[in-house]
Design a protein around this ligand. Structure first.
Ligand code: GDP
Length: 428
């Protein structure tokens, strides 16, 4: 019982979807707290392979209710499409609840996202073009449209939307030479969304509170990763929301004292999508081999992910931001067969050893990784379900990561399928 935050501890794509799917049988609730459909989780289970962008990864467990919290920004088209697709594949979608406070990604957010990114040219941030950033901008500038507003289209939404559409049209026509928006078209779209979403809308913070009082178990499902967090990530190459533990409480309306555990999910190496500093990036053919072998391409964008060795400096920083109580290591199998594996244990900046993760992107860009090299393993870890099945070198690698991060792995994932998992200690 209790609420457990499950956080991406690196730059996202750590394999959180698989871990949530695996743990969800022990929970009554899985709740997404941040991001939008810029995130993508892949879940492989007995029902097949599923790509989820908004629906929480607990949806495959028959007794789990799934919440899309107030901290998420929702593209109603994408959500409705995703629910329809799951339902067509026989997944029970009757237990999805959407916070009335969740902000909506409107068509103009997607348009502006693309235009802004194009205007940045070579200084692009590598956004996914899904409108997530502009929707969070409107949330902060108090011009956002929330899911609950759809229920009060004529009296509340219409006058606000009219002002917003005028403002956005000014930006589109004057700055980008685009045609103005049609208020009527957007209103018609909202009316359609209302029909699709009205049965999902709930005061989800209240639901969560009741669940906690009943003694239910809640998994707070993170999207992206700590190093992409708006405050704590490699700004400005970050996402527009709080991907770390602080965002979990705020994005669901659960108070921090009810969080019983914080689970950090690490990949056995690092990846990063889009621009931004990445000290341990590998630029040789080993990276290409690993990318192909592990199919490191984005779930949402299909973009090739950048590949790097495990960065223990960044990992310690992530531990410090989130206070993990237990860790998960995924994709250990991907390192099978490498003659040696490297771990970055320090950064060198201007001839000095840096003992911390610097806040400036330029500074981080200039950091040179200091590596510790360990022997690789030729016997496979792939599909292992018990620690004893791991080659000694792989076990030593896991042990060294624990030492460097300062927290224990409770679960090790050795393949994409639910049962390719070593459960070491209970986490929830
Ligand atoms: P998320 O956004 O953190 O859920 O991560 P993604 O879904 O983008 O990427 C994780 C990918 O890794 C998915 O395709 C998973 O099926 C796969 N995956 C998860 N755990 C493992 C693992 O231990 N080994 C391998 N080979 N693949 C894994």
């Amino acid at each position: 019982m209790g609420a457990y935050a499950l956080i991406g501890a690196q730059w996202g794509d750590e394999g959180k979807g698989k871990v949530v799917d695996y743990l969800a049988s022990k929970a009554q609730w899985v709740a997404r707290y941040a991001g939008g459909n810029n995130a993508g989780h892949t879940v492989m289970n007995h029902g097949g392979t599923f790509s989820l962008h908004l629906v929480p990864s607990g949806i495959f467990q028959p007794d789990v209710s799934c919440v899309i919290g107030n901290g998420v920004v929702v593209n109603p088209e994408v959500l409705l499409e995703e629910i329809k697709g799951l339902s067509e594949r026989g997944v029970d979608v009757s237990r999805i609840y959407l916070s009335e406070r969740a902000h909506l990604i409107m068509p103009y957010h997607i348009q502006i996202d693309a235009l802004e990114e194009e205007a940045r040219g070579r200084a692009s941030l590598g956004t996914t073009g899904t409108g997530v950033g502009p929707a969070y901008v409107d949330k902060a500038s108090r011009t956002g449209i929330r899911a609950g507003d759809l229920l009060y289209l004529e009296d509340e939404l219409l006058p606000r939307l009219k002002r917003v559409v005028e403002d956005k049209s000014r930006i589109l026509t004057k700055l980008y030479g685009q045609p103005p928006l049609s208020l009527q078209e957007i209103l018609d779209q909202c009316a359609r969304w209302r029909e699709g979403l009205k049965d999902l809308l709930r005061p989800t913070s209240f639901l969560m509170q009741q669940a906690i009082e009943r003694g239910d178990t809640i998994i707070m499902e993170g999207a992206q990763g700590t190093l992409l967090d708006l405050d704590h990530g490699t700004y400005p190459y970050v996402t527009s929301s709080s991907a770390s533990v602080g965002g979990a409480a705020a994005g669901l309306g659960i108070h921090p004292r009810s969080i019983s555990g914080v689970i950090g999910v690490f990949k056995a190496y690092c990846t990063r999508v889009g621009s931004g500093p990445f000290p341990t990036e590998m630029l040789d053919e080993q990276a290409d081999e690993l990318r192909e072998r592990a199919w490191e391409y984005g779930t949402t964008t299909g973009r090739a992910r950048r590949i790097g060795w495990f960065d223990a400096v960044a990992a310690r920083y992530s531990q410090h931001i989130n206070g993990f109580s237990s860790l998960v290591l995924t994709r250990l199998d991907v390192l099978d067969g490498f003659p040696s594996v490297k771990i970055c244990v320090g950064y060198e900046l201007d001839g000095e050893l840096l003992g911390y993760f610097p806040s400036g992107a330029t500074q981080l860009q200039r950091c040179k990784p200091v590596y510790e090299e360990m022997p690789g393993w030729s016997d496979p870890t792939e599909g292992a379900t018990r620690m004893e099945q791991l080659p000694a070198e792989a076990a030593a690698y896991v042990g060294r990561l624990e030492e460097l991060i300062g927290c224990e792995f409770h679960l090790i994932s050795t393949g994409p399928h639910r049962d390719e998992t070593i459960m070491l200690k209970p986490m929830i």
